[in-house]
Design a protein around this ligand. Structure first.
Ligand code: TRP
Length: 434
């Protein structure tokens, strides 16, 4: 192959992968989510821009059919709305072949807020429903590179966040949580995969995908290889017995997709499987979907460490209301559920579809006042966070140590595909050594 042909092939990371700061009224990348519209990001446009697939009724029906269970309300209500290769994962599941889950968190504060919990609540449901192992990456290295933090501070936050993640109820026999700073230096298999990724992605490509510039430190430029590597089962020989053929499903917020587009691009050239993805929308800030939740501004979100009183005061004081300016106006014109933050939060946390529908109807008609809507949300969140707080107190340093120890996870692995079949299946003819 000529150099030019090789370069063209390498450029399979396409135009639409670029940052997308064009004419649209929103920006979405791993470090920035901004929208000028009161209803937030236009997710249909985002699917087009990123080249993923919308989750449709057929996929949801199939999930219910193969698992014999109703899907989680976050899926039913379109909070998880986009995917890549979910049908292949369901094929595997139907054939009783294993897959594993991978998700993560960039620990930038000691306390997590409700938005941070969403992917973990959903991942717990996936783990329970499909009965599969899970790896959780805490990217303390990423936060060290991007924020004004010392290594020790970032690592400390990772361990504190691990406690909140464990409190979501993950099965200790099927879950491995790791801090990049602690794990990678002792993990030759992980580091080898990182190197393979680093060799396959050019500076031009990461510039296109992530928008890095000449003054970004080189740590940032190579970081995507670190977030890519847990997508390959061969990065965790302790867990997967050295198997490199276990497919991976990544639940994450859609802003993380650029990392995994890159991962999927390099996977075949590493003789690895492309990870499948299931993407969530963003959780709105108290002030509304066009504003940003900030871990450093406590008035923009509800934290898992907030007291019952703080939850109540924050919602009453800050939650953007879609109701009328006066009771008279509200009764006349009704409330707007699309921009009302209390209603939006309920769509994430209220379990009953019937109650949610009733609230929507009576709030839209003007019958239900903002105060009542907020009161109901306060009760839901006080209960949810109260239970979380309770579970968190039971998590000792010893429990954290157990989750964070590399070990074989409880799981049945059928024998690997025999080499004869493997050859037949192999489609990629790239001969370059990686
Ligand atoms: N970069 C993510 C963040 O800042 C953390 C992360 C690492 C992650 N690996 C992941 C998130 C996989 C979702 C899925 O939060």
């Amino acid at each position: 192959m000529t150099d030019i042909a090789q370069e063209m092939e390498n450029m399979s990371i396409k135009e639409e992968d670029k940052l997308g700061t064009g004419d649209d009224d929103f920006i979405v990348n791993p470090w920035e989510v901004v929208s000028t519209s009161a209803t937030g990001v236009d997710y249909d446009k985002l699917i087009k821009r990123f080249g993923s697939t919308k989750i449709d009724d057929a996929l949801i029906e199939r999930m219910e059919r193969v698992t014999g269970k109703p899907v989680h309300h976050l899926l039913r209500r379109g909070k998880f709305f986009s995917q890549r290769d979910m049908h292949s994962i369901l094929d595997m599941y139907e054939q009783k072949k294993p897959f594993y889950l991978y998700t993560g968190r960039g620990p930038s504060s000691d306390a997590m807020h409700m938005g941070h919990l969403i992917p973990f609540i959903f991942t717990k449901w996936l783990q329970d429903t499909f009965d599969v192992p899970l790896v959780i990456q805490l990217t303390d290295d990423e936060k060290y590179l991007w924020k004004d933090l010392t290594l020790e501070q970032a690592n400390h936050m990772a361990i504190e966040n691990a406690k909140d993640i464990i409190a979501c109820g993950f099965d200790i026999e099927k879950t491995f949580i790791f801090s990049d700073l602690d794990f990678i230096s002792n993990s030759p298999a992980f580091y080898r995969n990182m190197c393979r990724v680093q060799k396959l992605v050019t500076y031009n490509q990461v510039k296109g995908i992530f928008g890095f510039g000449d003054s970004d430190c080189i740590g940032k430029i190579s970081f995507p290889a670190i977030q890519a590597s847990p997508s390959f089962s061969s990065s965790f020989p302790e867990i997967f017995n050295g198997r490199s053929d276990i497919p991976c499903l990544i639940p994450c917020a859609i802003d993380q997709d650029p990392y995994f587009r890159m991962t999927r691009d390099v996977a075949p050239r590493m003789n690895c499987l492309k990870p499948a993805l299931i993407h969530s929308t963003f959780f709105p800030a108290l002030q509304g979907a066009q504003t940003k939740m900030s871990a450093s501004d406590p008035t923009t979100s509800i934290f898992v460490t907030d007291s019952d009183k703080q939850i109540k005061d924050k919602i009453n004081k800050y939650a953007f209301s879609g109701g009328g300016a006066t009771v008279e106006e509200h009764k006349e014109k009704g409330g707007n559920c699309d921009v009302d933050v209390a209603f939006q939060y309920m769509t994430f946390f209220m379990e009953s579809d019937e109650r949610l529908e009733e609230i929507k109807k009576t709030y839209t008609s003007g019958e239900l006042l903002t105060g009542f809507l907020k009161k109901e949300l306060i009760e839901i969140l006080q209960k949810l966070i109260g239970e979380h707080r309770q579970r968190r107190t039971t998590i000792t340093d010893e429990v954290v140590r157990q989750y964070m120890t590399p070990r074989k996870l409880k799981f049945d692995y059928p024998p690997p595909t025999p080499p004869s079949e493997k050859k037949k299946k192999k489609k990629h003819k790239n001969t370059k050594a990686v």
